[in-house]
Design a protein around this ligand. Structure first.
Ligand SMILES: NC(=O)c1ccc[n+]([C@@H]2O[C@H](COP(=O)([O-])OP(=O)(O)OC[C@H]3O[C@@H](n4cnc5c(N)ncnc54)[C@H](OP(=O)(O)O)[C@@H]3O)[C@@H](O)[C@H]2O)c1
Length: 268
């Protein structure tokens, strides 16, 4: 059995093992704020390009389009890792909300269900117990959180003995925080970064020089930097060329000096 957080390489996009032996592709396709036909079209394009992990949330109101895209892609349900999220304001209605998500997707399980934000700023052990129950019933393969602090994760673990498989967090070079990454690693929680490009200055000379040295774009450098920190990353694009380019990360890697240079872009 692979250790939690260890990397496997069984498909084209490497996967990270989550607790419960669930393999999660390390690059996920983000779907916010796409809706309707645009969301479906982008997800089909992403699946055709080789993404096997799609990230959505009840809040994004596009679960039905994501499910339709998976069917239109011709892939089997089990070939695509589906993440969705429980709105903080929906805690207390976990089963009902998950049932609605499954119906919208047209599937009988999700691969990863996350608590989108700490409800009212609190860890919410009660909601966490509900997620664990639904996981144990087979409706979810792995349960996790998003935007949680280490202290909030500790509260969940102390109360239930179950650590979130994933903490999905706002991450990019400006937000680099070695202590948070190490803290998650020590707790066996996989760090998954969102909004990797949106708040990044892709014209920064540090990124441009590293990109030039590898013959790639600054955006690809930023995405590769996440992977080289053993993180998963969720990236969104509605543009077919960028959808393809954002997954083209496996022909190069950053050495420790390059990684450290990018770490040094952290604000304050
Ligand atoms: N858990 C949470 O609280 C949370 C919060 C926010 C987001 N998320 C998830 O994370 C996903 C990704 O985050 P995000 O969408 O906020 O930010 P992002 O993926 O960093 O950035 C998306 C933006 O960057 C542009 N872009 C994409 N590829 C590019 C490239 N190669 N070069 C230049 N620009 C590029 C996109 O434009 P085009 O579409 O025109 O290419 C779009 O404007 C979301 O879609 C969502 O699934 C989660």
């Amino acid at each position: 059995m692979a250790e939690n957080g260890s990397m496997t390489d069984s498909s084209e996009v490497p996967a990270v093992m989550l607790s419960g032996d669930v393999a999660m592709p390390t690059v996920g396709f983000g779907t916010w704020p796409m809706r309707g036909h645009k969301a479906c079209e982008a997800v089909v394009t992403a699946l055709q390009a080789g993404y096997r992990h799609v990230d959505t949330a009840t809040m994004y109101a596009n679960e039905a389009e994501v499910g339709r895209a998976v069917r239109e892609s011709g892939l089997l349900r089990q070939e695509v890792f589906l993440t969705t999220k429980l709105r903080a304001s929906d805690t207390g209605r976990e089963r009902e909300v998950l049932t609605a998500s499954l119906r919208a997707f047209g599937t009988d399980y999700v691969d990863l269900w996350l608590v989108h934000w700490p409800p009212r700023g609190k860890a919410s052990v009660r909601a966490w117990r509900e997620l664990i129950t639904l996981r144990d019933e087979g409706l979810i393969r792995a349960v996790g959180v998003s935007n949680y602090s280490l202290g909030q994760i500790d509260e969940l673990v102390e109360a239930t003995g179950v650590a979130p498989a994933v903490n999905q967090i706002h991450w990019n070079p400006r937000r680099y925080d070695a202590g948070l990454l190490e803290g998650l690693r020590q707790r066996g929680v996989v760090a998954e970064g969102y909004s990797p490009l949106k708040d990044t200055n892709l014209n920064d000379p540090v990124l441009s020089e590293i990109a030039w040295a590898h013959g790639v774009t600054p955006a690809q450098v930023v995405l590769r930097w996440h992977l080289d920190h053993e993180m998963a990353v969720i990236v969104k694009s509605a543009d077919p060329k960028r959808i393809v380019a954002n997954l083209n990360l496996f022909g190069f890697s950053l050495d420790s000096e390059e990684r450290t240079q990018i770490d040094g872009l952290a604000a304050g």
